[in-house]
Design a protein around this ligand. Sequence first.
Ligand code: NAD
Ligand code: ZN
Length: 383
Amino acid sequence: MADRILVTGGAGFIGSHLCDALLARGATVRVFDNLDPQVHGPLAGNGRGPIPPAYLSPEVEFIYGDVRDREALHRALKGVDVVFHQAAAVGVGQSMYQVHRYIDVNTCGTAVLLDLLVNEPNRVRKLIVASSMSIYGEGAYTCPNCGPIYPELRSLAQLAVGDWEMHCAHCGAIATPCPTDEDKPLQPTSVYAVSKKDQEELCLIIGRAYAIPTVALRYFNVYGPRQALSNPYTGVAAIFCGRLLNGNRPLIFEDGQQTRDFVHVRDIVQANLLALENDAADYQAINVGTGQRTSVSQLAALLIERLGLDLEPNVAHEFRKGDIRHCYADITKARRLLGYKPSTPFDEGVHDLIAWVSQQTARDDVAGAYAELAARGLTLAAT
Ligand SMILES: NC(=O)c1ccc[n+]([C@@H]2O[C@H](COP(=O)([O-])OP(=O)(O)OC[C@H]3O[C@@H](n4cnc5c(N)ncnc54)[C@H](O)[C@@H]3O)[C@@H](O)[C@H]2O)c1
Ligand SMILES: [Zn+2]
């Protein structure tokens, strides 16, 4: 692979693994990242500028910069054949009060990138953007009486009495989750999700109009080594690990039976490489998950067991406004168009995660993050 590749957000969790895989294939890799302190901790520098995290391969050309900085991003695009756009502010709850920052970094940052691709000479022949399952809102369900349904969020009145499961809006029966495919209408329920939908749609629209082959990969809940353990706003697996490393009980919302599709970062990398090497998915949005669902309580129990700890999670019977109950991926399209095949069963993936987590330390600021939400009335207790 003789390509010159730019990975925006490449110093992050997913981006850095992608860089490793691209380097292993012989690509020349440049990273453009502003080392967001919420992800990376306080900025550290030497005489030559800010220092990327130690896990980032020294073979990567690192450029410190913000995707909203047009001139800096313009320089980073020089000579680039392929762009993986991973840079984003990542945090569902936080986006509900840092409204402007999330739209600015995610939506406007993507707009800057696309503006450059459209208006400045360049040789980019492929754009792959990190989208998200959050854009679906609730997943797809089946009602025993009415068949397939795409429900909206559960009402506050329902949640306030601790009635957590999804009811069919037509007949009231409890609906069963089923795999969510790409045709499900998009119903984002957070500012973050709106911004991810913007990123996806902006890239696909510009890609189609200017014949720049573009793929949007809708990642489900990604976990694995290097996910920021001290960032209380992102992935639940990393947040639980950060708690556990400090001897604290994981905080579980609702009753813990809500389910997600936890996909190992290795499989996210696999999908990105397939999207690069293959044109069958060009101009499409594609789910990247495992097709399996796991409850948040199962996740917490497995992490506690594997870390050899003796404590119980704190099942709070509280809920966060905007949270969905169930969503897991239908990966038929990724299989068909890309030949994607999840490689890492959850059990094995957690083993890998724990091997890394055991070597880490973390600052646990979950209480602070929770207080931010509670102070704004974004969490509520069920009676
Ligand atoms: N982790 C998940 O479960 C998940 C799920 C769905 C989608 N995604 C998407 O995948 C991508 C990567 O996420 P991640 O989990 O690796 O998160 P991450 O926070 O580890 O990585 C994001 C990187 O982007 C950088 N960044 C943030 N703002 C920037 C800016 N203004 N300019 C330049 N760089 C900036 C950060 O410093 C960080 O290194 C994001 O687009 C995210 O929305 C992640
Ligand atoms: Zn029904």
